[in-house]
Design a protein around this ligand. Structure first.
Ligand code: NAD
Ligand code: IPM
Ligand code: MN
Length: 349
């Protein structure tokens, strides 16, 4: 088995089914295996990520995930929630660098809620730290104080090596693009933010002085993203800010359903590929989901893990052609179903 498919919950199975059709068309010899994951696995196997599923993921060349979560799992203990399974998968695979490219396809400049002249030609790469920060820091939990009040704690924590390894990915990517990294943190109020800025600055001076480096406070980055998003080339940031800023960047491309991602770890280890959207409980089961984020995630898997950048290019070109031809799901202002959008991409292939 080469590609492990984890459809997950909600619209996850709907969008990954279309990605699978594309994979089967373009690489008929690719060995694909499917496993339960997230809430679906919790219901059937008692845990969102079975030990065996993690072992299979680590033995694959690439993992393509749909989405996990949903209101029906809100009452499950925190460590058995679908989202906990996703965090465990990311940590277990060691995929610390999350590439989230926000590319505005020419045909979609008018689909965004922003003015076309703001988003036209947008080609931004968010590099989000994915296995550290407040998502994993200890201590965390909710306790009841002697006087009956409850107290919740999350801990934001980063070490220099965690910052350096993800910053390296950002600098390397920038060299193959427009050669600029913007590093976003809150060094004005957070200790980890200050360490982040100092560490990125030192690494830049040591190994990447040829790349332009800018620092920006994360709140300003959020504003600049909607004001003038094309000023950014590679936007480097931590786990939590990266989560927020990538949803914001997705809307610049027309829809949250458009954005793919690649999570990468040490060289030679499998990557984890997933559209950045969630399980979309509001439209799950209705055939309304946009599958392009999942299909473009498959393209990223071909580029970064499966050694077939040529197939990645073909998929991305086919998505562009399908959009040029007017194919639109509802989120993009059209009326195609998920399967019809997948078919439009297959036709373009
Ligand atoms: P969401 O991303 O699921 O949905 C936000 C909005 O965007 C909804 O209106 C939804 O209909 C729309 N949307 C999302 N993907 C779409 C697509 N492909 N096509 C068309 N419209 C799309 O975020 P949420 O509603 O805040 O979260 C729902 C659940 O998903 C939660 O349980 C959350 O934890 C989980 N989640 C999972 C992932 C993941 O698995 N990687 C990511 C984000 C959220
Ligand atoms: C994402 C999601 C996840 C995150 C959740 C579901 C754990 O929002 O992939 O962007 O916060 O990382
Ligand atoms: Mn998110």
């Amino acid at each position: 088995m080469t590609l492990l498919l984890l459809p997950g919950d909600g619209i996850g199975p709907e969008v990954t089914a279309e990605a699978r059709r594309v994979a089967e068309r373009i690489a008929p010899d690719l060995a694909i295996e499917t496993r339960l994951f997230g809430g679906a696995a919790y219901e059937a196997e008692g845990a969102p990520l079975a030990d065996e599923t993690l072992a299979v993921a680590k033995a694959a060349k690439a993992v393509l995930m749909g989405a996990v979560g949903g209101p029906q799992f809100a009452a499950a203990p925190r460590h058995l929630r679908p989202e906990a399974g996703l965090l465990a998968l990311r940590a277990g695979m060691g995929v610390f660098a999350n590439l989230r490219p926000a590319l505005c396809f020419p045909a979609l400049a008018r689909a965004s809620t922003l003015k076309p002249e703001v988003v036209e030609g947008l080609d931004l790469m968010i590099v989000r730290e994915l296995t550290g920060g407040v998502y994993f820091g200890q201590p965390r939990g909710v306790e009841t104080l002697p006087d009956g009040r409850r107290r919740g704690v999350d801990t934001q924590v980063y070490t220099t090596d965690e910052i350096e390894r993800v910053a390296r990915v950002a600098f390397e990517l920038a060299r193959g693009r427009r050669n600029k990294v913007t590093s976003a943190e809150k060094s004005n109020v957070m200790e980890t933010g200050l360490l982040w800025r100092e560490t990125v600055t030192a690494l830049h001076a040591r190994d990447y002085a040829d790349v332009a480096l800018e620092h920006i406070l994360a709140d300003n980055a959020a504003m600049q993203l909607v004001k003038a998003p094309r000023q950014f080339d590679v936007l480097l940031t931590d786990n939590l800010f990266g989560d927020l800023l990538s949803d914001e960047a997705a809307q610049l491309t027309g829809s949250l359903g458009m954005l793919p991602s690649a999570a990468l770890g040490a060289p030679g280890t499998p990557g984890l590929y997933e559209p950045i959207h969630g399980s979309a409980p509001d439209i799950a089961g209705l055939g309304l989901a946009n599958p392009l984020g999942a299909i473009l995630s498959l393209a990223m898997a071909f580029r970064w893990s499966l050694g077939r950048p040529d197939l990645a290019d073909r998929i991305e070109t086919a998505v562009g052609r399908a959009l040029d031809g007017g194919a639109r799901t509802r989120d993009l202002g059209g009326d195609l179903t998920t399967a019809e959008m997948g078919a439009a991409v297959l036709d373009a292939l």
